[in-house]
Design a protein around this ligand. Structure first.
Ligand SMILES: Nc1ncnc2c1ncn2[C@@H]1O[C@H](COP(=O)(O)OP(=O)(O)O)[C@@H](O)[C@H]1O
Ligand SMILES: O=C(O)[C@@H](O)C(=O)COP(=O)(O)O
Length: 424
């Protein structure tokens, strides 16, 4: 079987988010971590493959080179169309990678027009008159204006994109989207004839995204967040239901958390309140030379194997600021990622078969430490948070990579329930 659609995602948890969207659309989907090469194989026959890169905050030239390599690999596997997944809050640096990467993918594909829409209605991201909203706030009024790497202070997608490309940017507004697939196609063609290369489309609901997906089916490159990917996925003729990998309910379970996002902190609090074993990693002690990894493993060995455990470095904004003041932001992050990566390898070596990882950067560190290059995407526990299935040196592993702000507060306990608990 050859691929029907390929996708390059600009970070790892964004990759799981968009892979889950393709799967929801009925496509059997694989997720590949890092820039693939000739030796990178798909884990199974698939309709869709997502290459998850780390290209959101890297220099634009690097992001372009990695994305083009991913596109070449996807084409070689048979994908006729390539979707560029970026964040539903359009996270990009002032010098921006979204414009340059989209332009490069289009140039390589010989495309003269593309459609953009970062709307993700299940997560409260909508686009109206080209303005991006996060729930009831404009992007620029939302907490994203304080993002440490990519502060978003302008809600206008047309302006944001215009600053990142030398080509013209246009809008297909919501009234047109409501008129249906033909109306959108005609509007895109009219823009193309006027010399517009990037067409931003409004979308408030999943139905709007289905219209956009159907209208974009023939475009070689399409760009946006998980919502438009699902719309596009639904536009492909069905091949039958995606394989229903069973929700993993057996095997030792652990959560490793390095995300300091508000939602992750709530999920940790809920796990703790459920009376399950939790261990906080002392980053400063590790830096001072204490064997924090050895202590954590000794603690793990004493726990009831029937219960999931949680090991976290995650900290409140005040605690985080104190650690960062002492170590510096980059050094603190590197130490935490090193600790959690090493712990992941030891825990899988000690028999963990269900591993939930909280945080985008943290997920990158853990998959790298485990040497996992590709996974098959399974059922979602929450929107954008699927189980995935990997083969490691220690056998099969069910792996869940969670973006910091994704998942309900009870995600950790719910996702790691066993068969016995489920039966109660
Ligand atoms: N206690 C801590 N002190 C300093 N940095 C930390 C601490 N805990 C986590 N971090 C760092 O914070 C960053 C969180 O980012 P990430 O894993 O991408 O989560 P999110 O998806 O919430 O953004 C990581 O680089 C992690 O190493
Ligand atoms: O589109 C989205 O919102 C997510 O898939 C995403 O990319 C979130 O970014 P992180 O919170 O940095 O993982």
């Amino acid at each position: 079987m050859t691929l029907r659609i390929g996708c390059t995602a600009d970070d790892f948890t964004g990759g799981t988010d968009v892979a889950a969207a393709f799967r929801r659309a009925g496509l059997r989907t694989a997720l590949v971590f890092g820039t693939p090469d000739d030796t990178t194989a798909l884990p199974a026959d698939c309709d869709a493959a997502v290459v998850a890169l780390k290209s959101r905050s890297t220099p634009a030239e690097e992001a372009v080179a990695d994305s083009l390599a991913a596109q070449r690999w996807l084409w070689a596997k048979g994908a006729a169309q390539v979707y560029f997944k970026y964040c539903s809050t359009f996270d990009s640096t002032p010098r921006g990678n979204i414009g340059p990467v989209t332009d490069a993918l289009m140039d390589a594909a010989g495309a003269t027009v593309t459609l953009h829409c970062p709307a993700s209605p299940p997560n409260g991201r909508t686009v109206y008159q080209g303005h991006l909203f996060v729930h009831d706030q404009l992007l620029s009024d939302s907490p994203l204006r304080h993002h440490p790497l990519t502060p978003m202070t302008d809600p206008s997608l047309v302006r944001l994109l215009s600053a990142q490309t030398r080509h013209r940017v246009g809008l297909v507004d919501w009234t047109t989207v409501r008129r249906g697939v033909e109306a959108v196609r005609d509007a895109v063609t009219a823009h193309q004839q006027d010399g517009v290369r990037h067409v931003v489309a409004d979308a408030l609901t999943d139905e709007d995204l289905a219209v956009l997906g159907a209208a974009a089916l023939e475009l070689p490159v399409v760009a946006g967040a998980a919502g438009l990917a699902e719309g596009l996925g639904h536009a492909y003729p069905a091949t039958g239901p995606a394989a229903a990998e069973p929700w993993p309910r057996a095997g030792r379970a652990a959560v490793l958390a390095g995300s300091c996002s508000a939602r992750t902190l709530e999920q940790i609090a809920q796990f703790y309140a459920a009376g399950l074993p939790c261990l906080h990693l002392d980053v400063l002690a590790a830096t001072a030379g204490r064997d924090v990894t050895g202590e954590a493993l000794a603690w793990y060995d004493e726990q009831d194997p029937a219960l999931p455990v949680l090991v976290y470095a995650s900290a409140s904004p005040e605690e985080l600021a104190a650690v960062q003041a002492q170590l510096g932001v980059a050094e603190a992050a590197a130490r935490v990622e090193e600790l959690l990566g090493a712990l992941a390898s030891h825990l899988v070596g000690r028999g963990v078969r269900r591993l939930l990882v909280a945080g985008g950067e943290t997920s990158g560190a853990v998959t790298t430490a485990l040497g996992i290059r590709a996974v098959l995407v399974g059922e979602e526990a929450d929107p954008g948070v699927p189980w995935t299935y990997a083969t490691t040196g220690h056998g099969e592993l069910a792996l869940m990579l969670k973006s910091g702000n994704f998942g309900a507060p009870d995600l950790f306990t719910r996702a790691l329930r066993t068969d016995t608990e489920e039966a109660k």
